[in-house]
Design a protein around this ligand. Structure first.
Ligand code: FEO
Length: 398
């Protein structure tokens, strides 16, 4: 049994997914939760469901509070299947004719996912639904992070049901921000932002402005993953405002792989050169650091330095994997350059330069730094000086 009361008549009826470790390419060492919310008033509404595998658990959680058939409305804030996968099971058990509230794009996307002629009610932005004493307002949040995404706002207790936004991949019985170490949960939130929402930074900025303009206040923020913000909901709003501007610290991340340790050796001397100028540096070997943890470090870094040996006239497969992932998340306002060891063909440097340029990053050195075979003392000194050059570019950039 797992039901958690958030306010009078409002419950989290979601589930923990303790053992998931790969969430579409994102490493989730603490698992995640799929939160779903039940509001009991004169009318009863269920906001979101959970991943399909947990359908029965969701129904059991609801049954611990009410007879599921008493649910009057289902609200789908977001179609992605970690929140909609249980809809067919839930609709079957509560009555297929119950109104299903979603955005216009939500109706389209849910229809394409489930091919069901449910009783859709596609809402307009700002449309309201009365449950009795409580009023719900639907806020369109397109591309945060899907075209169908929306928020649901409860006026009386000023509760925002924020779908994926403000979440964290964190499974636990501690369900509120005051039940868990603040720094720990903010680190999970930062990783979540860097890997899910970074691409939509402009939409986050716009949304925060809209919310301010509307004068909306939040006492509680209920995301679809992780803990509920009730002690200090302002802290996650402030963090989103900061992250969405992509502010950067005087910091560089060196991301590399190595074949015969030469590129690794180069990374070490480049790192020393950067540090010698008082700039923070994080060397991250792709064999021991997950791409999603690297993106978390990149979020507040000013420079991205990529290293790859040349293998078969190309870059290393791990480097290619990382570039594909990073390119999708589109970090902005960053400096970049590259380096690597090679044998008889330094193709990797050219490829890396092209990749970084295509991402519209500001190139520190358009040639990068390549060294043939094993760097000697003079080569290592070159790496050190290259690091100093990177640090100076970081310090002189805005
Ligand atoms: Fe948690 Fe976009 O799904």
């Amino acid at each position: 049994m797992r039901t958690i009361q958030i306010a009078e008549g409002i419950y989290d009826v979601g589930v923990n997914d303790w053992n998931i470790r790969d969430f579409h390419g994102y490493l989730t060492p603490q698992g995640t939760s799929y939160n779903a919310y039940l509001i009991i008033d004169e009318k009863i509404a269920l906001i979101d469901t959970v991943k399909k595998d947990f359908s029965k658990q969701l129904l059991d959680n609801i049954s611990n509070i009410i007879d599921p058939k008493k649910i009057d409305y289902v609200i789908s804030n977001h179609t992605e299947m970690d929140h909609s996968g249980s809809l067919p099971y839930i609709m079957h058990n509560i009555g297929e004719d119950k109104p299903l509230y979603c955005s216009k794009m939500g109706q389209k996307n849910l229809s394409m996912h489930f091919k069901q002629a449910w009783n859709y009610h596609a809402v307009e932005n700002g449309e309201e639904l009365s449950l009795g004493k409580r009023q719900l307002t639907f806020l369109e949040t397109r591309m945060l992070h899907w075209p169908d995404s929306m928020f649901t706002y409860e006026k009386t207790d000023k509760i925002l049901f924020s779908s994926d936004a403000f979440g964290q991949h964190y499974a636990g019985y501690e369900k509120f921000d005051d039940q868990i170490d603040f720094d720990t949960i903010m680190q999970h939130s930062k990783k979540y932002y860097a890997n899910i929402l970074l691409l939509y930074a402009n939409q986050v900025t716009k949304l925060l402005k809209t919310v301010t303009d509307m004068g909306l206040e939040f006492n509680i923020i209920c995301p679809d993953h992780g803990v509920i913000w009730r002690k200090n909901p302002g802290s996650i709003i402030e963090a989103y405002a900061k992250w969405s501007k992509q502010p950067t610290e005087q910091k560089a991340v060196i991301i590399y792989d190595t074949m015969w340790q030469s590129t690794k050796l180069m990374s070490e001397y480049i790192a020393q050169g950067i540090a010698s100028e008082g700039v923070t540096v994080r060397p991250m070997n792709l064999r021991t650091n997950h791409r999603s943890d690297i993106m978390t470090e990149i979020l507040d870094s000013k420079a991205i330095i990529i290293g790859s040996p040349t293998l078969n006239n190309n870059i290393y497969p791990t480097v290619s994997d990382f570039l594909t992932y990073m390119k999708g998340l589109r970090p902005q306002k960053k400096l970049a350059t590259c380096f690597g060891s090679y044998g008889w063909n330094g193709a990797a440097i050219k490829i890396l330069n092209n990749e970084l340029t295509s991402m519209k990053l500001n190139m520190i050195d358009e040639n990068g730094l390549k060294i043939q075979y094993v760097p000697d003392e003079s080569g290592l000194n070159e790496c050190y000086e290259f690091g100093k050059k990177i640090a100076k570019a970081i310090c002189s950039s805005e």
